[in-house]
Design a protein around this ligand. Sequence first.
Ligand SMILES: *[C@@H]1O[C@H](CO)[C@@H](O)[C@H](O)[C@H]1NC(C)=O
Ligand SMILES: *[C@@H]1O[C@H](CO)[C@@H](O)[C@H](O)[C@H]1NC(C)=O
Ligand SMILES: *[C@@H]1O[C@H](CO)[C@@H](O)[C@H](O)[C@H]1NC(C)=O
Ligand SMILES: *[C@@H]1O[C@H](CO)[C@@H](O)[C@H](O)[C@H]1NC(C)=O
Ligand SMILES: *[C@@H]1O[C@H](CO)[C@@H](O)[C@H](O)[C@H]1NC(C)=O
Ligand SMILES: *[C@@H]1O[C@H](CO)[C@@H](O)[C@H](O)[C@H]1NC(C)=O
Length: 559
Amino acid sequence: MLGPALLRLLLATSVLVLHPLQCVTASFANAVNLPGVTVTVERVVSVPNRGSYAEPGNLGFPQTIDVLPALCAVTVRITNTSDVPTKPASSYRVGLFLPAANNYNGRMLTVGSASFAGGINWPGMGEGPHYGFATVSTDNGHNSAGSDLSWATPARLYDWGYRALHGAVVVGKLLTAHYYSDTKVAYSYYSGCSTGGRQGLREMEYDARSFDGALVGAPAWDTSHLMPWISKVATWQLGSSGAGKLKAAQLSILAAEVLRQCDAQDGMADNIVSAPAGCAFNLSTITCGDASRCVTPAQAATAQRIWGDYVVGGRSVYEGFGLSSEDQWAVYFGDDSTLTGFDFDYERYWVYNRSSYAWTDYTDGAVADSERVNAGQATADGFANLAGFAAGAGVAGRPGKIVMYHGLADGLISPRTTQRFYNRTIAATGRSADAARSWFRFFEVPGMQHCWFSNRYNAPWDFAGSGQATQLRLLPTLGVGLPAVGEGWSVPGHLNDSRYDALAALVQWVEAGRAVDQIIATAFNADFSVNRTRPLCPFPQRAVYGSGNVNSAASWRCA
Ligand SMILES: *[C@@H]1O[C@H](CO)[C@@H](O)[C@H](O)[C@H]1NC(C)=O
Ligand SMILES: *[C@@H]1O[C@H](CO)[C@@H](O)[C@H](O)[C@H]1NC(C)=O
Ligand SMILES: *[C@@H]1O[C@H](CO)[C@@H](O)[C@H](O)[C@H]1NC(C)=O
Ligand SMILES: *[C@@H]1O[C@H](CO)[C@@H](O)[C@H](O)[C@H]1NC(C)=O
Ligand SMILES: *[C@@H]1O[C@H](CO)[C@@H](O)[C@H](O)[C@H]1NC(C)=O
Ligand SMILES: *[C@@H]1O[C@H](CO)[C@@H](O)[C@H](O)[C@H]1NC(C)=O
């Protein structure tokens, strides 16, 4: 086995000569021997340089991912009966992208999923091999679109909750090592946003040895409170009379007025609300009786509730959205009376399992029921467990590092929930905020929506957060009405550059001890020329303007 220092040297000088096995089924059969665990190889495909990959029938991630480097794409099914009879047996699929040996960087990257999707996240995995990572993800034990919660059975919930991701890491490391001449994975990383963020945190709480470093975006970590809160907001929207419903027109009016009032209050009029929590917002300015140009008093009351915390019996159970998130509110509670599936399917299928459950059945009692059921044990609230990760476990007993981030204009998950996670973890791991900075840093991203994209104007949001490069490649716009192509990984113009790329920065923190003091976020124009850059700062710092071009990161510092 190579020591980390030697391996680093070998990687740096490119003399590490690996002779991987052939990219055929036989290379992966019988490679794993774990009690209770069966690994069945389903599909092995050799992808040429600049080739593409897609999995037919994948409901969660049907997209074709293209311009991949040469790699071996492997799909296995894993069953694990070790939990029986306490819990039902596990069964899920795991996908691997194994780069050609001359491009393999000796490291493994595990990638998370999104919302409630089943299916292997091949598009999200497409970023990893460009860096040289052997890249791994799981279908979480089911095949479904992201807003579908009806697949829930106890076995699938546990798989979605934590079992599939754990097995993906354990088996992924073994298959990767086996493929590259039985060379142990030197470093293990994680990258995920939203549900992917939750999965990463949950896994680090479950097994401190899984990762050396994790990039965690907008984590949906508090499942058992997030979901009842979404339902509660939907009841406000649906209301008894419908008078309080915020339609698309009102969301737009609200967002524009928040920008107008709050932008300059943060010290810089730049079309970015950088400090939404500090904004004194006056809703009266846009409240009137005419819903065609204002919000009515009933609609204003709904907005106030959505910005506020969800309080049950005097206890605050979930944080409301921040100012500047309004553009995204329609994702959960759209303009018409059609429910999105996020709204009440959680109670219907996961908590009460009663197909007749209707939105009028919702009461605040669902919060306690949700806590008691804790479906799939998905909620990542084992804060104290992260002490093990921080102290040192990793692949070779190294102290772990977490870079966490959250867009302040997120209209799907409140960034304040992530602040709570950060604060609770610092408290539970028994360290001061200063000491926690040695292993855990949290970056708020002004103007960024859920995981990617800018809310109104071109706020810098691209820093190679999980899935961001994939969005640039797959979606027709940059989130500001501009066409996009991107390079499928990292940050265009700064590939693998730890000043601009949060994943590369994490690697430097873990392997070279260079702490992530700031990350430069970039906003692009349609032709991928740079629109503006701005540093993201570790909480509780924020970017403070000094002098020079306001659209250049160099004019700002973290303070
Ligand atoms: C990215 O940077 C890491 C070092 O931080 C290096 O090991 C890896 O080979 C680089 N990948 C590419 C494609 O440049
Ligand atoms: C809900 O009930 C159905 C029908 O009995 C069952 O198949 C399913 O496993 C149950 N789901 C959960 C989450 O218990
Ligand atoms: C199989 O399940 C057991 C019990 O939950 C667990 O300890 C083990 O890590 C699992 N194996 C894999 C490969 O996930
Ligand atoms: C809020 O706006 C209303 C309507 O424009 C105005 O009358 C009121 O003085 C404002 N309140 C504050 C505290 O500025
Ligand atoms: C987290 O702690 C900071 C102080 O360190 C405090 O300002 C902030 O309000 C806390 N946030 C939450 C959501 O608890
Ligand atoms: C940046 O983007 C905004 C919004 O699209 C545009 O108005 C502005 O001209 C751009 N600035 C530069 C320097 O490209």
